[in-house]
Design a protein around this ligand. Structure first.
Ligand code: PEP
Ligand code: MN
Length: 337
């Protein structure tokens, strides 16, 4: 149920309704909007619940939440959620650009990347320290050593750090270094991991599983929100189809679709979404045109010799050109980038 409070409802009235909701055995999530406060009452619905809540002081109306995801739904919160983590701002007319290598490889590589992407206008640095690789024989990342290098790059440039956490037992370690924790596509339905990142302070970038539906993505986000972390960014990174001209198929209709269904910001990853460097600039611009609130792009000083995903990484010059192209689209839409 959604308990919509009257525009002038007092904090005491809101607190009272939270207690009422909890005393009925439901979980209360308070969403404070500019105009009014809404309380999402989550739990089994039963006869008489709506009437019982409607009688509360300061309550405007009580409605069922129709979507299977509750806290993530636009029904509960109509205003878009804006996420801030240090230098990174995503949503609210500001396009966040998260750029950097697929994997952190060594200090000169990550420092050069951080400086170059910052100079071209990126607002956060990406880089994997824990890498989910298809083969156990591929480079698995520098682990804590990689996290330390990311922190050094943040110190040098001021860029917020976005990095993946692969396992529940690593959440505390990664959260000590990262400004945003990334849940990779392969882990989108790792529900214990989603609950674990729901209990930390930092925002989460949740990537769509390559074979997950939009509803499954939104329900995965719901796990994080329900565990108590309201700062979730969704990421379209391409899905598996019969098509083989690209590594994955990047369905950009997900961007306006998600905007219609959820208040959470949407980031697009044209690097994994295409798997080919030459396709990335135009698909990044197309993502902005589709309404993306952010981009995540793989950038490497020497893509040919990258330890992972070099074939889809932009070099510094290509990243600069991609930024220029995307900025023109952003300006046409009245957005800042
Ligand atoms: C990545 O961002 O480097 C990555 C592994 O992405 P995905 O989880 O989308 O495959
Ligand atoms: Mn990668």
């Amino acid at each position: 149920m959604i308990v919509v409070m009257k525009p002038g409802a007092s904090p005491a009235e809101v607190d009272h309704m939270v207690e009422r909701v909890e005393s009925l055995g439901l979980k209360a999530h308070v969403l404070r909007g500019v105009e009014r406060t809404v309380i999402a009452a989550i739990g089994a619905e039963r006869v008489g619940l709506k009437e019982s809540l409607e009688s509360g002081a300061g309550v405007a109306e009580v409605m069922p939440i129709l979507a299977p995801y509750k806290i993530a739904s636009r029904e509960v919160k109509s205003e878009p959620t804006v996420i801030e983590a240090g230098s990174l701002k995503v949503g609210g007319g500001r396009i966040g650009v998260i750029a950097g290598p697929c994997s952190v490889e060594n200090e000169p590589q990550i420092l050069a990347c951080a400086e170059a992407v910052k100079a071209a206008g990126a607002t956060a640095l990406r880089g994997g320290a824990f890498k989910p690789r298809t083969s156990p024989y591929s480079f698995q990342g520098l682990k804590e050593g990689g996290l330390k290098l990311l922190a050094a790059a943040r110190d040098a440039t001021g860029l917020a750090v976005v990095t993946e956490v692969l396992a529940t037992e690593d959440v505390e370690l990664v959260a000590r270094y990262a400004d945003v924790l990334q849940i990779g596509a392969r882990n989108m339905q790792n529900y214990r991991l989603l609950e674990a990142v729901g209990k930390i302070q930092q925002p989460v970038l949740l990537k769509r599983g390559p074979s997950a539906t939009m509803e499954e993505l939104l329900l995965a986000a719901e796990y994080i929100l329900d565990a108590g972390n309201p700062n979730v960014m969704l990421c379209e990174r391409g899905i598996r189809t019969f098509e083989s001209h690209t590594r994955f198929t990047l369905p950009l209709a997900s961007v306006p679709y998600l905007h219609a269904k959820t208040h959470l910001p949407v980031v697009v990853d044209p690097s994994h979404g295409t798997g080919h460097t030459y396709l990335v600039p135009q698909m990044a611009a197309a993502s902005v045109a589709a309404g993306a609130d952010g981009l995540i792009l793989e950038v490497h000083p020497d893509p040919e010799n990258a330890l992972s995903d070099g074939y889809q990484s932009l070099n510094f010059e290509q990243f600069g050109q991609t930024m220029q192209l995307c900025r023109k689209v952003a300006e046409a839409l009245g957005k800042q980038m």
